[in-house]
Design a protein around this ligand. Structure first.
Ligand code: ADP
Ligand code: MG
Length: 766
């Protein structure tokens, strides 16, 4: 049995085992149209196998014929496609090696846009180099408009492209290229391309496919009533228009149709998922006795914030229902989600069920275990001498525990002695049997996707547990609707009172080499005041590594600056810093074994370590309020959300904290903007927006958020909020009128196809 089939019946949840999802001619392999060898290239470089997949590889933008691409948009190292006018061409023999070089000077300002004399002086120019390319000097002559695509590189401080792919755009000059790019004066589509498959080669393949499809075989997932209301063209015309638009407006209409379809299919899928889950039964966790909850309330050393109370009530009410809760709890770093979760877990145990808390890493699981054991005191130590007989037991279960300890934990879980079970996602593995699992809390969900959520519900039992997913990554509303459209959302507002602000500074070592010493001095000052320090490196070092000595020194050396700073390097720097001679230093990273990691983390939490050199293992959740300085070295190597998470490790106690974002990059380097954004605000919501804006192409929803392949192609969860909300209403209307989608088989097929892709991707990852 293929794994794909095996998973489909169960992981896709609401969907019945799917018959093959039939998209007619769109399912035909590319090889039938392009030939085997071309098809292989498309599969290898773009992952495209079927005609449908290629036809949904939409152009990124259109280049109006006759209008040139401004060079100021070009970025070093990117793969770019641009339209430019050739100014001059010259070919000469190379001095240093044999062969010839053809230099083509192009401009982004058309010569017929103004008086000839002015043209060259107002437009930017760029020199392209072609090595041993006689055809280039033949095809590209002064005045030619052409499409160039290639990797943008740098030569003597100027942007250039070496051996770019080109296609002249003027139909009169070159009949072949005119064929390839369509001659009717239409705008030129520019596709997301790679070196091996340039935009115009993709365009050619798309044209062949468009011609080969019998559209009467292709189902249209957009419900007829919706298509009518918005006056969309039929599906075949939309595919034509998105790839071969008559004009810009035509293209935008087609895009709007596809975008709308995407949003609708996605929302319908999420709503069906939600409906299906809502019909399952869950244990009623009314928490009648409430011994643990009451005991914990008395032990709590602080007042719950208003928001914690409000969200707590919401969750408590959900848990008392006979249908499963599916709630996302969003709250910025440090907003106090754990205590909310713990109260919910105690309600579960008070109601005679068990609760599981899943953390993304073993470090975090161990820390949750330690802090919950501490918070509960005797209440969490039932069965021991100090324990409260009315209490429960809290056990830790991780993948790397010694066999004996693991066996003991499993035993306590299956007998129900353990009321609270804390672990990593390994907890979801089949070998773990609960007596009665009532609630699952997932901490820091951004590594916990739709499929894992489904897996929770595949227990085979009549009852499924309630689910609370927590995240510190603030998610704009429509993003949440898109990624977690099957969940209810609660937001924990604000931070507990008494928090100290965090001062964040960018430390640019290239401009200020002397600041390197200040970093060490700051660390020493903090330690002298009784505080603790994190020093984060982007990578784990090798034992035999011989790093260059100073950070600032390496910043000035181009090659050394390229290599990421490692934990080993930081260790060496700290060892050699006279200010830090007395400091108690430890190293923590993912390659250490679990016991070592836990031991180090505990020692740091207990204040026995002053300075922790680490990787992003401390990124999420780690809570040591006495730590007040975080030095992130090579901060430019991290994403915005990651930096915000890391920084969230400080500013958790009564003391004022400082975060130093250390970079060896040039102030002009694009990554410096990212760091500056993080330094400018500690508002997680603002940063999440900035992050989304920066990662549009990378599609944050794809990997980081949904944990599965994103079905989003054109849709942008932030920009397309209106479309998403409309689609949600429409999907709701369709499903209300036709819950089984019997009248909408094509929409049903599209939903299945979307879920299938997710499942496939999930399986690939193992
Ligand atoms: P996060 O939401 O990032 O997971 P935590 O749950 O780890 O945050 O809480 C951060 C810190 O704030 C913890 O040390 C916790 O004990 C403390 N805390 C939580 N709620 C309150 C409160 N209402 N008042 C004071 N401190 C609180
Ligand atoms: Mg947390």
């Amino acid at each position: 049995m293929s794994p794909r089939k095996g998973n489909r019946g169960s992981a896709s949840g609401p969907e019945a085992p799917a018959s093959s999802v039939d998209r007619g001619d769109l399912d035909r392999p590319l090889a039938e149209v392009l030939g085997a060898s071309s098809a292989k290239t498309f599969e290898k470089h773009l992952g495209l196998v079927t005609i449908g997949q290629l036809l949904e590889h939409f152009p990124r933008r259109l280049v109006p014929r006759g209008e040139l691409t401004s060079f100021s948009e070009l970025r070093l190292d990117e793969h770019a496609t641009l339209v430019a006018e050739v100014l001059r061409v010259s070919t000469r023999r190379m001095r240093s090696r044999s062969g010839s070089i053809t230099e083509v000077v192009i401009t982004d300002r058309s010569s017929d846009s103004g008086p000839d004399l002015l043209a060259e002086s107002t437009g930017a120019t760029m020199t392209l180099s072609f090595f041993n390319a006689w055809t280039a000097s033949r095809d590209l002559t002064s005045g030619t408009h052409a499409l160039f695509s290639g990797k943008v590189s740098q030569y003597r401080g100027e942007l250039t492209m070496a051996n770019p792919h080109y296609a002249p755009l003027d139909p009169e000059d070159d009949v072949d290229a005119a064929d390839a790019l369509d001659s009717a004066g239409r705008p030129v589509p520019v596709y997301p391309a790679v070196a091996k498959l340039t935009s115009d080669r993709i365009a050619q393949a798309v044209q062949l496919c468009l011609a080969a499809v019998d559209w009467s075989t292709v189902p249209d997932p957009l419900p007829l009533e919706v298509a009518r209301e918005h006056r969309y063209s039929d599906l075949a015309s939309a595919y034509q228009a998105i790839h071969r638009p008559a004009d810009e407006q035509d293209w935008h209409r087609a895009k709007a149709r596809f975008r709308h379809t995407e949003a609708l299919v996605l929302q319908a899928a999420l709503l069906r998922r939600r409906q299906a889950v809502a019909q399952r039964r869950a244990p009623e966790l009314t928490g009648a006795e409430g011994v643990l909850q009451e005991g914990f309330a008395r032990r709590l050393g602080f007042e719950l914030t208003a928001s914690q109370q409000e969200v707590g009530q919401q969750i408590a009410a959900d848990l008392g229902q006979v249908h499963p809760m599916n709630r996302l709890l969003q709250g910025d770093v440090g907003s106090g989600k754990t205590v909310v979760a713990l109260r919910a877990m105690l309600q579960a145990v008070d109601s005679g069920a068990q609760a599981a808390l899943l953390a993304p890493t073993e470090v975090l699981a161990a820390q949750h275990h330690a802090s919950i054991v501490r918070a509960l005191g005797p209440l969490g130590a039932a069965g021991t001498l100090e324990g409260d007989p009315q209490g429960t037991r809290v056990v830790l279960l991780t993948g790397s525990m010694p066999a004996a300890a693991r066996k003991q934990a499993l035993l306590e879980i299956v007998t129900g002695e353990a009321g609270i079970v804390i672990g990593t996602h390994a907890l979801l593995s089949e070998t773990v049997q609960f007596l009665r699992l009532g609630l699952v809390v997932v901490d820091e969900q951004h590594r916990f996707g739709v499929q894992q959520r489904d897996r929770l519900r595949e227990t085979g039992a009549d009852e499924v547990p309630h689910l609370l997913v927590m995240t510190a990554t603030p998610i704009p509303r429509t993003v949440a609707m898109t990624v977690f459209g099957d969940l209810d959302v609660s937001v924990l507002e604000g931070l507990p009172a008494g928090r100290q602000p965090i001062d964040t500074h960018v430390v640019g070592l290239l401009e200020h080499p002397a600041w390197e010493r200040r970093i060490m001095a700051r660390a020493a000052e903090e330690i002298a005041a009784g505080r603790q320090v994190y020093m984060v490196a982007p990578k784990i070092g090798a034992d035999d590594e011989v790093p260059p000595f100073s950070l600032a020194g390496s910043a000035a050396d181009e090659k050394a600056a390229e290599a990421m700073v490692s934990t080993t390097w930081l260790e060496l720097l700290v060892q050699r810093a006279p200010e830090l001679e007395q400091a108690r230093v430890a190293v923590l990273h993912g390659r250490l074994d679990a016991a070592q990691k836990a031991e180090t983390m505990e020692a740091f939490a207990a204040g026995e370590i002053d300075l922790l050199i680490c990787t992003t293992v401390v990124e999420v959740g780690v809570d040591v309020p006495n730590a007040t300085l975080m030095v992130i070295v090579d901060a430019d190597r991290f994403g915005i959300s990651q930096l915000h998470q890391l920084r969230g490790r400080i500013g958790r106690g009564a003391h004022r904290s400082t975060c130093l974002l250390v970079t060896r990059r040039d102030p002009e380097h694009p990554s410096r903007e990212r760091i500056a954004a993080v330094a400018a605000t500690t508002d997680g919501f603002e940063l999440a927006q900035a992050d989304l804006a920066q990662r549009r192409e990378g599609d944050i929803l794809g990997d980081a958020q949904s944990g599965g392949r994103s079905t989003l192609r054109l849709l942008r969860a932030v920009d397309d909020a209106g479309v998403i909300e409309r689609a949600r209403r429409e999907a709701q209307a369709v499903l209300t009128a036709d819950p089984g989608l019997e009248q909408h088989p094509q929409l049903l097929a599209a939903i299945r196809a979307a879920l299938d892709e997710d499942t496939e991707k999930y399986l690939e990852r193992g």
